[in-house]
Design a binder for this molecule. Structure first.
Ligand SMILES: Cc1ncc(COP(=O)(O)O)c(C=O)c1O
Length: 389
C-alpha cells in the first residue's frame, strides 16, 4: 500500500501536513472496500470537496462517515470590528460543527478512511476537542475508541468523550506525555492512531476550510485589497490544511504547466498565547524553524503545543502568503473572549479567542488595513471550555 506520507513528502511545496518522524499507523490494516469507486458529491458540507482534496487518493473512494460537518456559518463582526477600526471582519463559526469544534472537519475524513481500510479501533490523543470528535465519529462508524487526554482538561470535554462510549484515559503531566501514551497504544495491530497532530489524513479534511473561505471571499469581493485569515495555531493541522487548499500542490502546478502563484491568496496569520508561542517567537526573530520555548500554564489548552512538528511548514506558509504569527497573553485573550460574547453574541473557548486577540493586535499595528476583508476562525464553542470567569 502506498501511504499518503510518501506521496505527500514529494508533492507539497508548503509541506504536506505530516509530522516528521511519524510512522504510518495503517500498518497491519488491509483495504476491504471502496477501491476505485468514485462516489457522488453532496451539495453541502465538506464532502462536496472530496474530488478536490490534495494528498491522499484514499479519500476519493472511502464511504463518508458524516454528520454534515463543514459549511459553517460566516457572520459579520460589525460592532467588534468598529471597536478595532476594521470595516470588513467576518467570523467563521466552526464551533457550529457537530461536536462543537473545527476538529470534525479532519476527523470525518480520517475516520472514513480508517473505516474503509478495515480499522476497528481508534486511538486519539487530545486536549479535548479532537478526542470528542474521534469518539463521536467512531460511534457513528460503529468502531471502538480510546482517547488519551490531559487529566486537567475541561470537565465538559471529558464528559463529552465518555458520552460517545469511548474509553477515556486521563494522563497526568504535560500534553506531550498524553501524545506519547497514545502513540504507544496506536502501535497495536488493528488499532488506528487518528492523532490530529501526527496523521496527514486529518489535515486533508481541514482543507475544506480553505476551499469554503475562498468561495466566501469570492462572493464578498476584495476590491483589490488584501484578504486575511486569522486562526489559532497549536499543532497547525487546521492552518496547514487551509494553506494547502489555498496554495495548492506543486504537482498540481506542474500539471497545469505553471509556477505556483500566490496572487489572490489570503495572508495567513497564526495566533498563539505568549505562554506557549514557538511559531510566533520564531516569526518575530525571522527564523524558519519553531523556537524552543518553555511552556507556562495557559487558559488556551488547544494551542499548548511546545514542539509543533509541522512548525517549519507553518512558518513557510506564513512567508509564502505574506502573513504573520502573533502571540498575546492570556489576559488579552480572555478579554477578547468576553468582548466577542458581549459585542457579537458569540461564545468562544479561550483557545479560539486567541485569534480575536491576535486580530486586534494586527489591526492596531496596521498589518491589517481598515477595509481589508478578514476572516477570523472561531474554532470551538465556549460551552465546552468557558475558561476562567
Ligand atoms: C478549539 C481549538 N482551536 C484551535 C486548536 C489548534 O488547532 P491545531 O492543533 O490544528 O493548530 C485546537 C486544538 O486542540 C482547538 O481545540
Amino acid at each position: 500500500m502506498t501511504t499518503s506520507r510518501t506521496q505527500g513528502a514529494e508533492a507539497f511545496h508548503v509541506g504536506d501536513g505530516q509530522c516528521k518522524g511519524a510512522t504510518d499507523r495503517t500498518a497491519g490494516i488491509t483495504a476491504r472496500s471502496g477501491a476505485g469507486v468514485s462516489l457522488p458529491l453532496p451539495s453541502s458540507g465538506l464532502w462536496r470537496f472530496r474530488s478536490r482534496f490534495l494528498g491522499d487518493d484514499r479519500v476519493t473512494t472511502a464511504p463518508a462517515i458524516t454528520m454534515g460537518e463543514g459549511d459553517t456559518p460566516v457572520v459579520p463582526l460589525t460592532r467588534w470590528g468598529a471597536r478595532h477600526g476594521l470595516n470588513r471582519v467576518y467570523a467563521k463559526l466552526d464551533g457550529a460543527n457537530p461536536t462543537g469544534s473545527y476538529k470534525d472537519r479532519g476527523m470525518s475524513v480520517l475516520v472514513s478512511v480508517a473505516r474503509s481500510l478495515g480499522a476497528a479501533h481508534l486511538v486519539e490523543d487530545s486536549s479535548g476537542n479532537a478526542g470528542a470528535a474521534a469518539a463521536a465519529y467512531a460511534a457513528r462508524a460503529g468502531m471502538s475508541c480510546t482517547v488519551y487526554a490531559p487529566a486537567g482538561a475541561p470537565a465538559p470535554k471529558l464528559r463529552q468523550i465518555r458520552a460517545y462510549g469511548a474509553e477515556l484515559i486521563a494522563v497526568p503531566g504535560p500534553r506531550s506525555a498524553v501524545a506519547d501514551a497514545a502513540r504507544n497504544a496506536g502501535s497495536v495491530p488493528g488499532a488506528y492512531h487518528v492523532s490530529h497532530n501526527d496523521n496527514p489524513l486529518f489535515v486533508v479534511g481541514n482543507q475544506s476550510l480553505g476551499f469554503e473561505l475562498s468561495e466566501t471571499a469570492d462572493a464578498l469581493g476584495c476590491d483589490g485589497l488584501p484578504w486575511h485569515i486569522v486562526m489559532p495555531v497549536g499543532g497547525g493541522a487546521l492552518f496547514m490544511g487551509t494553506a494547502m487548499a489555498l496554495l495548492g500542490s506543486s504537482t498540481d502546478q506542474k500539471r497545469k504547466g505553471t509556477e505556483p502563484e500566490v496572487v489572490g491568496v489570503p495572508r495567513l496569520h497564526a495566533a498563539q498565547t505568549t505562554h506557549c508561542a514557538p511559531i510566533a517567537e520564531a516569526f518575530g526573530r525571522g527564523q524558519s524553524d519553531p523556537a524552543t520555548v518553555i511552556r507556562r500554564p495557559t487558559v488556551c489548552g488547544g494551542i499548548e503545543i511546545e514542539r509543533p512538528c509541522r512548525g517549519t511548514d507553518i512558518l513557510r506558509a506564513i512567508a509564502a502568503t505574506g502573513g504573520s504569527a502573533v502571540a498575546r497573553d492570556d489576559a488579552d485573550i480572555l478579554k477578547a473572549r468576553d468582548d466577542l460574547a458581549m459585542l457579537e453574541g458569540i461564545y468562544a473557548e479561550p483557545t479560539s479567542a486567541s485569534a480575536l486577540a491576535a486580530l486586534a493586535h494586527l489591526a492596531a499595528t496596521g498589518t491589517i488595513g481598515r477595509d481589508d476583508l478578514v476572516f477570523v476562525i472561531v474554532t470551538g464553542s465556549g460551552l465546552k471550555d468557558p475558561g476562567p470567569a
